[in-house]
Design a protein around this ligand. Structure first.
Ligand SMILES: [Mn+2]
Length: 296
C-alpha cells in the first residue's frame, strides 16, 4: 500500500543530518562548516541515476533532519549527544545518513545505527573509504578523535572487523605497525594503488559475500586526491579521481545499506566548491545504491 504513495508521503527511508563538529581533528580544523556547504552544493544534485537506471526520489522518501546537537568543547560529550539524538530520529525503520564534521562523528552514527537495526550480534559490516585507517588507539591521551572511530567501534562490538573493508588507504604512515590493529582483526585492506587496479572487483566480491547482510558505509572525502577534493583537513596525495571514486561506489551495487556517513569536508580550504559538490554527489551515489537495491 505504502509503495503506491508518492515517496514524499511515505515514512522516511533516509534521514540526512549534519554534524557540525570538528573537535576531533589532528591537523586543520574547519569541517564543522561541512554540513552547510554540502547542503548548499546539493541543490544542484538531480534525481535520476544513469548507470543504475533509477529515479532515486521516486523510490526513496528522503528528509533533511537538520543538524545534530554538538558541543565544541567536548569530543565524547558530542558523540554521546549525537548518538542520543540520532537514536530517536524519525521512524524506527528510517536509516541515518550523517554529514560531517570530522570522522570522529562516524562512531555516533554507527552506534545509533547498530541500536536501531536491532543490535546485530558481532556488529555491523562496514565499507570504509579513506586515505587513513582511523584505527589509532589514542593521540595525546585522547581516545575519541578522528583517527580512532573504528578502533572504538570494533572494541565496542558495533563493527565486525571480519566484515570490514577499507578502500583507499595510502602512506606515508608513522610506522608499519600502524596497520597492525586492522590486520590482526581481519579487516580487508585495499590500498589506493590496489583499488585503482581492481577495486571494483574487490568491492563486488565483498558485496557478494555479504549477501543479504546489511553494511554501513563510511566515506572520508580524503579518500579522493587533494587535487579533486582540496577542501579537507588531512589531505594525502595519490588518492582517487572523482570519476574513479564514483565508479567504486557504483561497484557496490547490490549492497544492502544499514546507514552511512560522509565526512571531513573543510569548505574554507575548498576551491570553487569542488569538494562540497563532490561530497553531495557521493551522498547521491549512496542513496542511489539503496534505491537500486530496493527497486530490484
Ligand atoms: Mn577518516
Amino acid at each position: 500500500m505504502l509503495e503506491s504513495l508518492p515517496a514524499a508521503s511515505r515514512p522516511v527511508d533516509w534521514a540526512i543530518f549534519g554534524v557540525p563538529f570538528d573537535g576531533g581533528v589532528t591537523y586543520r580544523p574547519g569541517a564543522r562548516f561541512g554540513p552547510r556547504a554540502i547542503r548548499e552544493a546539493s541543490q544542484y544534485v538531480k534525481r535520476y541515476h544513469i548507470e543504475h537506471d533509477v529515479d532515486v526520489c521516486e523510490v526513496l522518501s528522503l528528509a533533511d533532519a537538520g543538524d545534530a546537537p554538538v558541543s565544541p568543547y567536548g569530543i565524547k560529550s558530542t558523540l554521546d549527544a549525537v548518538t542520543q539524538w540520532a537514536r530517536k530520529l524519525a521512524d524506527p525503520s528510517t536509516r541515518l545518513l550523517a554529514v560531517g564534521g570530522d570522522h570522529s562523528i562516524a562512531y555516533a552514527n554507527i552506534r545509533a545505527t547498530w541500536e536501531r537495526r536491532g543490535k546485530p550480534a558481532g556488529g555491523l559490516a562496514l565499507v570504509h573509504f579513506d586515505a587513513h585507517l582511523d584505527t589509532v588507539d589514542s593521540l595525546w591521551g585522547e581516545k575519541w578523535g578522528h583517527a580512532s572511530p573504528f578502533i572504538r567501534a570494533i572494541e565496542d562490538g558495533l563493527v565486525d572487523p571480519k566484515a570490514m573493508i577499507s578502500v583507499g588507504v595510502r602512506g606515508p604512515l608513522n610506522a608499519k605497525s600502524d596497520l597492525d590493529f586492522a590486520k590482526s582483526r581481519g579487516v580487508s585492506l585495499v590500498s589506493a594503488d590496489e583499488a585503482r587496479r581492481d577495486g571494483a572487483a574487490a568491492l563486488h566480491a565483498f558485496v557478494k559475500k555479504l549477501g543479504m547482510r546489511e553494511a554501513y558505509l563510511t566515506f572520508d572525502i580524503d579518500a579522493v586526491d587533494p587535487v579533486y577534493a582540496p577542501g579537507t583537513g588531512t589531505p594525502c596525495p595519490g588518492g582517487f579521481t572523482s570519476s574513479e571514486v564514483l565508479g567504486l561506489l557504483r561497484a557496490l551495487r547490490g549492497v544492502h545499506l544499514s546507514g552511512a556517513d560522509v565526512v571531513e569536508v573543510l569548505p574554507d580550504r575548498d576551491v570553487g566548491d569542488a569538494t562540497s559538490l563532490l561530497a553531495s554527489h557521493v551522498l547521491f551515489e549512496i542513496l542511489a545504491l539503496d534505491a537500486v537495491a530496493k527497486a530490484a
